[in-house]
Each structure stands twice: as structure tokens, then as C-alpha cells.
Write a protein that binds this ligand. Structure first.
Ligand SMILES: *Cc1c(COP(=O)(O)O)cnc(C)c1O
Length: 366
């Protein structure tokens, strides 16, 4: 007897492969595979989370009112144009589900975030990849790939897994060239790693547009990945459509409280940003010094580096070798990058350690 048959577009999905969290060896495990904050979480957010223990029997605020109000104030945007989600992942899926279906296309750049093809396929839409320009977003290629069937364009900026950044003028050029009935989703999961003056520009672009949705998350610099809180800013009719299909109680009470407290602790955010910048630059310089062994780090505006291997040491061997030494990184053959290894910036000790381990692997192959 056969059981129920999933829809053909569901069986076509390659399941999301999360970063490994254990090395399987005896060496102490250091996880540099999921772009988490190595400094942890704001203490204020941690105590706000602990304070929510008393209310477990009650459903959360379905509209994340206090959090949305604080986000509106902090970012100088309208509260009724904000929606919160179970991580920004939920919002990406909602955007795909609200605007695309069978026969429609969802467009993104090659080496984009791996959730985009998944979000297209789960609603029966066709995922379409535009060519990259040396691993970075190629706006002309995206414009050329727009067809009458394109309903949603996903653009992560800065991008994951490449770390590359596209200036706002280029994004505005894409927005001017695309049809108005197509939704541009600017995924700013790494916004807080940018200069703050730069980070707000997509919100400003979205303010005047009727087809731009900007997504943000508390999972990365805010160090709240475990709580699953994301949010988005867009035109009122788009927010209204997403509200229709989201889970009514999609953000937990503890998640709302922790995110609110984390937002108020901008000192922690600034400390995390400057730590990241220092050790990302440091690691990039160490990779550059391994250039003679074929290693190259793509310039990054995020909390990770994509390293390409074009020498005796392959990305796969580096991945396995680092794993044996207790460092879990992300090897990316499933994303069309068999020569790429993504390493999240860790603490000082972790970053020094992973660089030394990589240098050891490189000199063993010279
Ligand atoms: C991490 C990440 C997200 C999603 O994070 P959530 O935890 O679901 O908020 C979204 N987009 C990109 C590009 C990411 O790297």
C-alpha cells in the first residue's frame, strides 16, 4: 500500500542542509559554520528571556506590538508597515507564497541564499538563477533575467554565502528596471555588520516604493538565533498580504521580549560589529598570505569569509582537516561551490586557531 504522495514540486526540493554542530572527533568542537555571534547574546536580552518564564500558558501577542513599535522608533519607520516572523526565513517563505505559484518565476543571483530556491519550489514556482560577477551580484544579469513571469526577486545584501555587497545605487537601478508588479525582497540579514549609515539605505528606498520588502533578523549580530525572530518593512498592502498567511502566533513571547531587550542594547551590537570587523580583516590578511597555495578570500561585508581553493589543498580536504582539528566550517558543494569553504568569524582565540589550523594544512601540501 502506498501512502500519500507529496506534490511533485515538493519532492523536487533539496532539503536545507544546516551547518554541522559536532565534529565527530575528540577535539573540542568550535562551530564556525552558521554565522552566529561568537560573543553570544546581550545580557539584557538574556534576562528578558528568563523573566518570561511565568507566562507559558498564555499565547503570545499575535502582532508583536511592543517589538514592532520599538523597531519603528529605532529605525524611523512606520509601525503599520512592519511584520514580525519566525525568523526572517518565515518572511521569505511568506513573500514567495503571497506573490508566486505554479507558472511563476522567482529570481535570485547564483550563489544566493539557499532558502530562495526552497521558498520558490514549495509554492510550485520556478526558481531562476541569474549569473554572478566573480561571485558578487550582477545587477545587469538580474535585469536581463526578468521575464513577464517573474513575481519575486530575492536579493541578499550583503549576500550569504559569498559575503559580497552591492551598493544601493545598483539596487535602485534594478528597482527602476523591473516591472512594478514584481516584488523586490532585499534580505538584510547582515545589515548590522555594515556602517549604520549604509545599513538604513534599503529602508529608505523601500519607504517610497510600492514593491520593495526589506527583511531583517535577530539571529545574526543580535545573537538570538535560537529564538527565531525576524521582521520586515514594506508597503502596507504587502504587509497586509503577509499578515493573512503568517502563523497567527508566529513569534513566541520569550522571543518578542528578548528581541526587544536586544534592540535596546545597541552597545552590544556595536561591540559585536567592531569585534567582527577586526577579526574578519585579520583573517582575510592571513588568507591573502596563503595566496601562493591557491587560497583566496572573497571581500566580505558580513561575519564570515568565503574562501576559494585553487591549489594542492582542496576545499574538501581543508573542510575535513579542520573538522579533525575541531573546527566546523561550511563546505558548499550543494550550493555550486565545491571549491568554496565558508568560515564564520569567531572569538579571537577561535579565529587565531582556525587560521593556524588552515596554515598547517596548507604547509602539509606544499
Ligand atoms: C541567516 C540568514 C537569514 C535567516 O535568518 P533567520 O534566522 O531565519 O532570521 C536570512 N537570509 C540570509 C541571507 C541569512 O544568511
Amino acid at each position: 500500500m502506498t501512502g500519500p504522495t507529496p506534490k511533485s514540486w515538493i519532492t523536487a526540493i533539496t532539503p536545507y542542509a544546516p551547518g554541522r554542530s559536532s565534529s565527530g572527533s575528540d577535539a573540542p568542537t568550535i562551530k564556525l559554520s552558521s554565522n552566529e555571534n561568537p560573543l553570544g547574546t546581550s545580557e539584557q536580552a538574556q534576562s528578558a528571556l528568563a523573566d518570561e518564564r511565568g507566562t507559558l500558558a498564555r499565547y503570545p501577542d499575535p502582532n508583536s506590538t511592543a517589538l514592532r513599535t520599538a523597531l519603528a522608533e529605532h529605525n524611523g519607520i512606520e509601525v503599520d508597515r512592519i511584520v514580525c516572523g519566525t525568523g526572517s526565513d518565515e518572511i521569505l517563505h511568506l513573500a514567495a507564497g503571497a506573490y508566486a505559484s505554479i507558472g511563476d518565476e522567482i529570481l535570485y543571483v547564483r550563489y544566493g541564499f539557499m532558502v530562495y530556491p526552497l521558498s520558490a519550489r514549495r509554492v510550485g514556482a520556478t526558481p531562476v538563477e541569474a549569473d554572478d560577477a566573480d561571485y558578487a551580484t550582477d545587477i545587469d544579469a538580474l535585469i536581463a533575467a526578468v521575464t513577464p513571469a517573474t513575481r519575486v526577486i530575492f536579493l541578499a545584501n550583503p549576500n550569504n554565502p559569498t559575503g559580497t555587497y552591492t551598493p544601493i545605487a545598483e539596487i535602485a537601478r534594478l528597482h527602476d528596471a523591473m516591472p512594478e508588479d514584481c516584488l523586490l525582497v532585499i534580505d538584510q540579514a547582515y545589515a548590522e555588520y555594515l556602517d549604520p549609515d549604509e545599513a538604513v539605505l534599503p529602508l529608505e528606498l523601500a519607504r517610497k516604493a510600492n514593491n520593495i520588502l526589506v527583511t531583517r533578523t535577530f539571529s545574526k549580530i543580535y545573537g538570538l538565533a535560537a529564538e527565531r525572530v525576524g521582521w520586515a518593512y514594506g508597503p502596507a498592502p504587502v504587509i497586509e498580504a503577509l499578515n493573512r498567511i503568517r502563523g497567527p502566533f508566529n513569534v513566541t513571547t520569550a522571543g518578542q521580549a528578548a528581541a526587544l531587550a536586544a534592540l535596546f542594547d545597541q552597545d552590544f551590537v556595536e561591540m559585536s560589529r567592531s569585534h567582527n570587523q577586526k577579526w574578519r580583516d585579520w583573517l582575510a590578511a592571513r588568507i591573502a598570505a596563503m595566496g601562493n597555495a591557491g587560497l583566496r578570500a572573497i571581500p566580505s561585508e558580513t561575519n564570515f569569509l568565503l574562501i576559494l581553493f585553487d591549489g594542492a589543498l582542496s576545499a574538501e580536504a581543508a573542510y575535513e582537516g579542520l573538522m579533525e582539528r575541531g573546527y566546523i566550517t561550511r563546505w558548499l558543494p550543494g550550493q555550486g561551490l565545491p571549491d568554496g569553504l565558508r568560515i564564520s568569524i569567531g572569538t579571537e582565540e577561535e579565529t587565531r586557531g582556525v587560521a593556524a589550523a588552515l596554515e598547517g594544512l596548507v604547509s602539509a601540501t606544499l
